[in-house]
Design a protein. Sequence first.
Length: 597
Amino acid sequence: MARLNYLLRRGGSYSARIRVPLDLVEILGRKELVKALGTSDHVEAKRRLLPVLEGWHRQFDDLRARRAVTDDDKAHATWAHYAGALDRDEASRQSYPDEADIEAERAEIMRRAEAGEIAKADPLTILDATLDLKVKQEWGRLDAEARRVKLAELRKHLRTGNMALINHEVAAYIQENELLVEEGSPDWKALAHRMMRAEIEALQRTLERDEGDYGGQPRDPIVTPFTSAPRAPAKPGETVMEVFDIFARENPRKVAQDRLNQMRRDLGLFVDVVGRNLSVTKIDKAAVREWKTLLISYPVKATETKDFAGLTMRQTVEHNERVGKPVISDRTVNRYLSSLGAFCDWCVKNGYLDQNPVNGMALPKERTSKTLPFTSEQLNALFASPLFTGCLSGDEWRNLAKPGNVQVRDHRHWVPLIMLFSGARPGEIAQLAVSDVRQQHGHWIMHITTEGEGDKSVKTEGSMRVVPIHPELVRLGFIKYRDEQERAGSKRLFPGAQRNARGQMMADFSREFGRYLERIGIKEGRGLSLYSFRHGATDALRRAGYLDEQFGFILGHTGATMTGRYGILPQGMLEQRVELINAIGYHGLSLRHLAET
């Protein structure tokens, strides 16, 4: 029955109607398509409706599969049109009547005259016979004259901006190469202008050939050899996203599902620019360069911003030139490039590409955006703030920064403290099950793993590990909190910690925590974030005299191990880890006011 929504009755007759998808409105120049079905019978209208709808959907898919025109496309179109015109001229010359053809025509006229066929015929028959001979005799001259006339017309049209003589050639090139170019748009006019200049050059070469000169070269600077083929449509199963599905199933680096989902979204933005039908074998430096140029001007949270709803990436960047939203950081640009680079690296190893086109394309790292550890003064100010000592209410982040009598003791309280004394990632902590915090060989440990109940993930297989609980966390009441959750029947240690719409654990918390730091006056600009705790723990271990390679496994920087997955450690190995964790300390930090509150 839903199909009836596409029927529109006007004056007794039915028409098909469909709304144009938002991302295609600008391309098609309309918000709705309507087509008369040529019947006033309701049943017949429903029968005729389906093919029309299918045709429209095919049109939408075709437009989405196309890609925006690039400078390389324009250069290729110019040279291809020039070379093609000369090839057609040479083929035409090969078909010119030669002396044998002319003599044969003359002999045929004489035969017919001797047989009396022409003498007895009417005047038109006589004229036709002589004209055929005349045309063959004058073929080369007539063809040259036609080319001179066309050359003169093209030059005149070029001066006035009239594209009529070349528009059909432009349309054919766009169709053949699946480009997303609207007729009459600046890109369309640019293609037409260049192809017209190419044909003018080609016609000049043909006139030189009439004089026996085949060595002429283009004098117009835009008509230069461009032998690289345009990005051809993929064979079945070889589009970028089809091959990415294979990559994702294989997951060669065994990254977390969150990261795979992020990579899929990043590559989706790439094919939005280069075209959904691009063959994975055609990903080249030019395609990456084109995408990177747009990324540098891409607004923050574009897909979540109403101003950019339904727009392609290119349209979003162009629209943002008018609305002026903040653009993503260089670091985020590099994250997008990293997603494509990891995929292309796998493509090289699996024979889809000869080399990784993303290599060397990353932007220089931003020194100003480096995550910094908290100073002791900043830590004291943070843990004396309302989130940890009492806030106005616990329902909204802005109220967490206002002093009050509400004590917050969920993940918002514990995740920063656990990070401070373990260096664990926020998502790893937030997804812990109650059973993941347990005693082993007389020590409380935190088992970071994908095993057990719940929707768990880790950054890499090597991120699964056993981390002892720091004695300061025990003193602050963390084990007491854990036992309360167990008595309440909760499977998860922090049931209030949720994934965002993209499936990322603690992403929203991380963003809001940065804003909280600004509200309480600790943070200005970039540098401090939730991950500052992780950096602080790293520095604390270095201050204690340990080398990075001695404690990397505590932070999840190591290869996958069975002990990491299942959390069973020999006592001696656990004692070594306890020694490491207990070495994490911060001179001048006081948390006495938080104990058992």
